[in-house]
Design a protein. Structure first.
Length: 762
């Protein structure tokens, strides 16, 4: 039995060195832990037994793996592996001769790979047991790592050495004799927590090892983030793999899962594989299916052939390629086909290697780099590059996928929502894809999805099927995930994912597969007139409102039927007068629709002060439009300047005041929410205002305009009475106090709009 100080030390390691967390889990105080660790006192028998159970306790790990939210044992094993990585990093800083971040990561990667592949093969991994006779720790480690890498990175029969595969000399730089102390420490660190690696492997939870290592890498590869690469969360990877697996037709699945040979099966490809998460997960998914259908023996034979011949990863980052090899090694896969290349290359050796996959791919699972811009010769060979000076990486990759995938093949890709909603090149891409693919599904992901990587870019999962012989018009499934099984919190200055029981992904998957009635998503047919493919737009209306808005034969009017969008602009800084009247979003009272203004020096005019308005114009805030910042320009503001954050509507067949209040109805508000684009400042485009359906028919316009006229007359009467009343009160003030004027603190009712909290954004 371990001594109490040793128990306390191991408990602290399980909780990442945090005495507060360890004490809280045990039900005691950090001070008590400190006394026990120093030997000044010992815990009560009940607490000692609990601590031994937490540190040494065993259990049914398979059962725990099936209910990780109900047992902390897996979390403690995961923490032990995290402690291994943390200890490795600290030891590098203390004693290793390598100094650069890249050298540290490369060496950690090679050590980790060798350790895990040894355990997966039934060995004990790295540890003091490897030392034989008088062999030094350096020689022991070098021989062990080189042996593991030689076994897993050896060229396959008929494969050339320049095919983009990493060779041994690029994967590991052997330690020098001066690293003896460092090597001794490494042997001890790995041996200390080898049991945690073995337990997780036996439990079938190698994904937790991958999760820990991925977290370590996500905080280390700063420059890869700058290249647009973000590690895809495990929850999203598994969801996409399930979607892709079930999107394949039954014949394709049977070919993949055939244990007698995979010669007839197509390739499964990730052309931006990063650390290889998608490849590892599809191997796990298919291996499990083969084992269920056939036997463990046949599944083992299938695994070797499948990994060597049917799973391909491509990445242009050498470090990411190394990590992909490690990742597949964590799942027991040897001889993985991971290539160092630019997936967009069409010329040279890389282009030739990429071309060898054209028309052969059964399934693409990927998360391509976003936001990288290509130009010149890099885009001339792409259809999306014709006639353009530049193109975004996500646009080019989606086109490239169509080259690789075979007819009937499936593409499952993370895309930024710009691909689904933006105009210009993105709109052209959607039309190009629509001609060549059926849009099987679009799943909207919440902004938190990549929050741990430091970005809140709105993303979705796009599922495409390349047309086979005849293009069939099929309905697209649209699903919106608001929760995906984790939240992102900031602790000690670092963003971390925290598991949550809330997730919409299983329900959306079942609806997509047709296993349950559609309630959370929607199936709709995308036509050539469909401008938006995002699920938030397609699912964003309740069925009763959607039926009204989407009914092309309905008699309800649109804004375009009664008003026009005007955009008369000027630069007030170039005017002759010293000041001008300016209306910004905060000047519109969301309750009364009254419009106030500010008197601004022309020299101080903000860059967004550009639009000229007339009396009777209707202003619609395009930023956060669901707030209902909609107002009517009064006569006294005729010729004023308003912010470019407004859409300006000029009425032709309706009273302006009637249009203002129609635009503030719930029917219109829900349409505005549906048309929102963006996260930090959700907004609608100005032209969208013309497509808003109003809760009124043409036959009802006359009576509505009469009611608006009556309201205007009552307001004018009120204004007159109000002015007389104010004048009388002011006369009393002057008579009593002898002041020249009074009530200066009382605003005019027209200018009574209180500044809102929404910023005025162009």
């Amino acid at each position: 039995m371990k001594a109490i100080p040793t128990l306390v030390a191991r408990l602290l390691e399980l909780y990442g060195g945090s005495a507060e967390q360890a004490a809280g889990a045990l039900g005691t105080s950090p001070a008590s832990l400190s006394r026990w660790r120093s030997g000044q006192s010992r815990p009560r028998k009940q607490l000692e037994n609990r601590m031994r159970e937490m540190v040494e306790g065993s259990g049914d790990l398979v059962a725990m793996a099936e209910r990780p939210d109900k047992d902390s044992r897996l979390e403690r094993l995961e923490a032990a592996i995290s402690g291994t990585i943390h200890a490795l990093r600290e030891e590098f800083h203390r004693t290793a001769s390598v100094s650069t971040r890249q050298e540290v990561l490369d060496t950690v990667a090679a050590l980790f790979f060798a350790h895990v592949t040894s355990i997966d093969s039934g060995g004990r991994g790295i540890g003091q047991h490897l030392k034989l006779g008088r062999a030094t720790a350096v020689k022991t480690l070098n021989d062990f790592v080189v042996g593991a890498l030689t076994q897993h990175l050896a060229l396959r029969k008929g494969e050339s050495s320049n095919g983009g595969r990493l060779t041994l000399d690029r994967f590991f730089a052997p330690l020098s004799e001066s690293d003896e102390r460092f090597a001794e420490q490494i042997l001890g660190i790995f041996e200390r927590d080898a049991g945690a690696f073995q337990d997780l492997h036996k439990a079938g939870r190698d994904d937790l090892i991958n999760e820990v290592f991925s977290r370590f890498m996500s905080t280390s590869f700063v420059d890869e983030k700058e290249m647009g690469q973000y590690l895809t969360p495990t929850e999203i990877v598994r969801f996409m793999v399930e979607v892709g697996f079930h999107a394949l037709n039954s014949d394709a699945r049977d070919r993949i899962l055939q244990p007698s040979g995979t010669g007839a099966a197509g390739i499964i490809l990730d052309p931006s594989c990063g650390v290889g998460s998608f490849l590892a997960e599809i191997i796990r998914r298919c291996h499990s299916a083969v084992r269920e259908r056939h036997s463990a023996r046949k599944a083992a034979h299938w695994l070797q052939r499948f990994v060597e011949n049917r799973v391909v990863g491509i990445d242009k980052s050498e470090r990411m390629t190394r990590l992909a090899m490690i990742n597949l090694g964590l799942f027991g896969a040897a001889g993985a086909n991971v290539r160092l290349a630019n997936g967009l290359a069409r010329v040279g050796e890389e282009g030739e290697a990429n071309a060898s996959f054209e028309g052969r791919v059964e399934l693409i699972l990927t998360n391509p780099p976003f936001g990288a811009t290509y130009s010149g010769a890099d885009i001339t060979s792409f259809a999306m590059g014709h006639g353009r000076s530049k193109a975004e990486s996500e646009v080019l990759f989606l086109e490239r996928y169509l080259d690789w995938v075979a007819p009937g093949g499936v593409i499952v890709s993370v895309v930024p929502d710009s691909v689904l909603v933006n105009r210009g090149a993105f709109s052209d891409l959607r039309a190009w894809l629509k001609d060549r693919c059926s849009i099987e599904a679009v799943f909207s992901l919440p902004p938190v999805t990549f929050g741990a990587a430091g970005t809140s870019t709105k993303t979705s999962v796009l599922v495409l099927r390349k047309h086979d012989k005849v293009a069939a018009a099929a309905a697209t499934y649209f699903g919106e995930a608001r929760d995906v099984g984790f939240d992102v919190v900031t602790r000690s200055g670092q963003r971390r994912r925290v598991r949550s029981a809330r997730t919409d992904l299983p329900v959306l998957l079942e609806e997509f597969r047709g296993l349950r009635p559609i309630r959370f998503g929607r199936r709709s047919v995308l036509t050539s007139l469909s401008e938006r493919w995002d699920a938030a737009f397609q699912v964003g209306l309740p069925d009763n409102i959607a039926s009204l808005v989407e009914n092309r034969e309905a008699t309800l009017l649109k804004v375009a039927d009664v008003a026009a969008l005007v955009d008369e602009r000027t630069d007030p800084r170039r005017g002759r007068s010293r000041e001008f009247d300016y209306v910004e979003i905060s000047d519109v009272d969301t309750r009364t629709a009254l419009v106030g203004h500010k008197r601004i020096l022309r020299a101080d005019a903000p860059s967004r002060a550009r639009k000229v308005v007339q009396a009777g114009d209707v202003l619609v805030s395009t930023v956060r439009p669901e707030r209902g910042a909609i107002g009517l320009i009064p006569a006294r503001l005729d010729g004023a300047i308003c912010s470019t954050g407004f859409a300006v509507l000029r009425c032709s067949a309706i009273h302006p005041l009637a249009l203002v209040w129609l635009l503030k109805t719930e029917l219109v508000r829900k349409q505005m929410i549906r048309n929102n684009i963006g996260i930090a400042y959700p907004a609608i485009s100005e032209v969208t205002c013309l497509d808003l359906v109003l809760p009124v028919t043409r036959a009802e316009l006359a009576s509505l305009s009469e009611a608006a006229d009556e309201l205007v007359k009552v307001q004018e009467t009120f204004e007159g009475v109000h002015t007389k009343f104010r004048a009388k009160v002011e006369s009393f003030d002057r008579a009593v106090a002898g002041l020249a004027s009074g009530l200066c603190q009382f605003p005019d009712i027209i200018d009574a709009a209180k500044p809102g909290t929404i910023p005025d954004v162009a």
